[in-house]
Design a protein around this ligand. Sequence first.
Ligand code: 5GP
Ligand code: ZN
Length: 141
Amino acid sequence: MENCVFCKIINKELPSYTVYEDENVIALLDINPKVKGHTLVIPKGHEANFSHLTADQARHLFLTTQKVLKALLSTESLAQGANILINQDQIAGQTEMHVHAHIIPRTHKNNFGLNFNHSSSLSLSHEQFQNIAKEISENLK
Ligand code: 5GP
Ligand code: ZN
């Protein structure tokens, strides 16, 4: 798609630090890495959001994400763990509107700020949990 930076990278109109590529997916280093080894995994077909992917596209995206994750984890200085992140739409921080998964390696030394801090968890009643679960499950297709 015109004016899409990831399509331009996929079409080799822009350079990238590619770590993996096949007919469906490309994986490359994020140009503004949050930590060393921060990698983006990008389906080659232009779709704006993760929610738009076909089952096949989602499968390729996740299998490639796992493949690259394993490569990162095999170098302990680069990754002892990782956060896998997909931002769905601008409200969640998506800036490039071509779906991509972030692999953000974590080590004891890097200090990426994503933190599921349990002290900030919501306190919900039994009824609230039930209503939320019902609402989600009723919309599953
Ligand atoms: P988002 O916030 O949309 O989930 O993340 C988009 C990511 O794409 C950002 O982390 C940003 O650094 C990265 N990015 C934007 N433009 C380029 C580019 O031209 N090349 C590469 N490798 N990454 C880019
Ligand atoms: Zn695109």
